[in-house]
Design a protein around this ligand. Structure first.
Ligand code: KIV
Ligand code: ZN
Length: 516
């Protein structure tokens, strides 16, 4: 029997560090849906948000805390008492709550951001941990900018916070500055120099500014860290955080040299990545490791010949092991409701009878236009028709004239707060004419930052998916729409973004600047 490997705790911060980066804004309902998927993935700790940052963050964290049953739910807080009180209020109903408090420890942050002395930082860190400890024994402390912190001072802080009750100490590479050898050596140094280090789990949290976040994290694990903080698709501040799927699959595929295991259900990696893309409308680059469209595609003849003889010639992981199944033809226009329900169940969608009816109606419309319906088409239908932001604005009718001798014109009929309205306008092209008309009808003027069209599957009759981003105050809000007709998909995407702005407004808008 092979001996059990040591377990690495996976701490997902997609909903906190990831969501705070431009374009990845989610509303509370979307966050809860994503958190449930993280639980299905078997993540150990889910950082649900930063409750003091905004009312929306507080509500999302509280809803996540109440919705999950086995993952630990962490809430971030600065060292201020008010932050910690607010964090606790948001997570107190969780099955396993965790308060995560942080303060910067590097001289450059202490001087220019905090305007404090090292001594004051040390005192604040201890007071915060002690205060958090009054609420829960599950307290994490992060020494922000640890990799640029004086080592002696870092040891002092780590030892003191453990003494005050921190059960996890995080050593973040906040600015993505370190290298694998240097970071591994820093962790080894803490293990050897901090007297009480055995009373806490060492966590690592790496940003990807120099493209080394995953390598740095793995090096830290080799040197004594046992919790790794990461995000799905590697989203996060600036160049992002270490990617969860890459760390997990590196640990899994190279168990032989790394010698660890995780509790992650790797077959849920791709569905989780896809859900994030569907919610935010931001796709991963095709060559992204593990979850990119080309991650398992073999183009060259030599590679294909090798694979035909033995998959191991060029494939180090099986696509199925990360949940990428061949996209088979699901069904055609004669398929029944039962077959669709079964297929959706297999794909992990547990829908109610009403929801199945909605999917089935939409399936029939699309199957009339498109001969073959693939798995990805069904996922798109579910995303579009079931998991939608509440709709203040609805598209009822769209007719567009365009061509090389026509002036592009769009006639749009919408329902706004239940009332029908209509208008028609010209534009430089059919999408511009449509968007101008929607803007006039909705009396909105958000700047369009991004417009992108993709096909869900192969083939000329594929569903078109349009992703847009619009600016709302200081936030970037995404929208998505799918339809066999790309102009209709464009209208749906824009209206979806407007509806998502409305749902954000309900949760008291902009975040305050909190320095995380
Ligand atoms: O990058 C960082 O230092 C952080 C902390 C708040 C953990 O995100
Ligand atoms: Zn971070």
């Amino acid at each position: 029997m092979t001996p059990r490997k040591e377990k690495i705790l996976i701490f997902d911060t997609t909903l906190r560090d990831g969501e705070q980066s431009p374009g990845f804004t989610m509303n509370p309902e979307e966050k809860v849906r994503f958190a449930r998927q993280l639980e299905k993935l078997h993540v150990d700790i889910i950082e649900a948000g930063f409750p003091v940052a905004s009312e929306g963050d507080f509500i999302s964290v509280r809803q996540i805390a109440r919705a999950l049953t086995h993952a630990q739910v962490a809430a971030l807080a600065r060292t201020d008492r008010g932050d910690i009180d607010r964090a606790w209020k948001a997570i107190k109903d969780a099955a396993k709550p965790r308060i995560h408090t942080f303060i910067s420890t590097s001289d450059i942050h202490i001087k220019h951001l905090l305007h404090m002395t090292r001594k004051q930082v040390l005192t604040r860190a201890c007071e915060a941990v002690r205060h958090a400890w009054e609420y829960t024994r599950n307290v994490e402390f992060s020494a922000q900018d640890a990799t640029r912190t004086d080592r002696k001072f870092l040891c002092e802080v780590v030892e003191a916070v453990i003494e005050c009750g921190a059960t996890t100490v995080n050593i973040p590479d906040t600015v993505g500055y370190t290298t694998p050898d240097e970071y591994g050596e820093l962790i080894a140094f803490l293990v050897s120099e901090v007297k009480n280090i055995g009373n806490a789990v060492i966590a690592v949290h790496c940003h990807d500014d120099l493209g080394m976040a995953v390598a740095n994290s793995l090096s830290a694990l080799k040197n004594g860290a046992r919790q790794v903080e990461c995000t799905i698709n590697g989203i996060g501040e600036r160049a992002g955080n270490a990617s969860l799927e890459e760390i997990v699959m590196a640990l899994e595929t190279r168990k032989d040299v790394l010698g660890f295991e995780t509790g992650i259900r790797t077959r849920q990696l791709y569905p989780t990545s896809k859900l994030l893309t569907d919610i935010t409308g931001i796709p991963v680059q095709p060559n992204k490791a593990i979850v990119g469209a080309n991650a398992f595609a073999h183009e060259s003849g030599i590679h294909q010949a090798g694979l035909a003889r033995d998959r191991m010639t060029y494939e180090i992981m099986k696509p199925e092991s990360v949940g990428i199944a061949d996209s088979h033809i699901v069904l055609g226009k004669h398929s029944g409701r039962h077959a669709i329900r079964e297929k959706l169940k297999k794909m992990g969608f547990d829908l109610s009878k009403d929801e199945i009816d909605t999917v089935f109606r939409r399936f029939k419309v699309i199957a009339d236009i498109k001969k073959e319906i693939f798995d990805d088409d069904l996922v798109t239908i579910v995303t579009e028709d079931i998991f939608r932001a509440p709709e203040k604005y609805k598209l009822l009718y769209l007719s567009v004239t365009c061509g090389n001798v026509a002036i592009p014109t769009a006639t749009v009929k919408m329902e706004i707060d239940g009332k029908p309205v209509q208008d028609a306008n010209f534009g430089v092209g059919p999408v511009d004419a449509t968007y101008t008309t929607i803007r006039k009808l909705t009396k909105t003027g958000h700047r369009l930052l991004k417009y992108q069209v993709n096909a869900v599957t192969e083939g000329i009759d594929a569903l078109g998916v349009v992703s847009v981003q619009i600016k709302y105050n200081d936030r970037i809000v995404a929208g998505r729409g799918a339809d066999p007709d790309v102009i209709v998909a464009s209208a749906k995407a824009y209206i979806n973004a407007l509806n998502r702005v409305e749902s954000l407004k309900t949760f008291a808008g902009a975040k305050s600047s909190t320095g995380a």
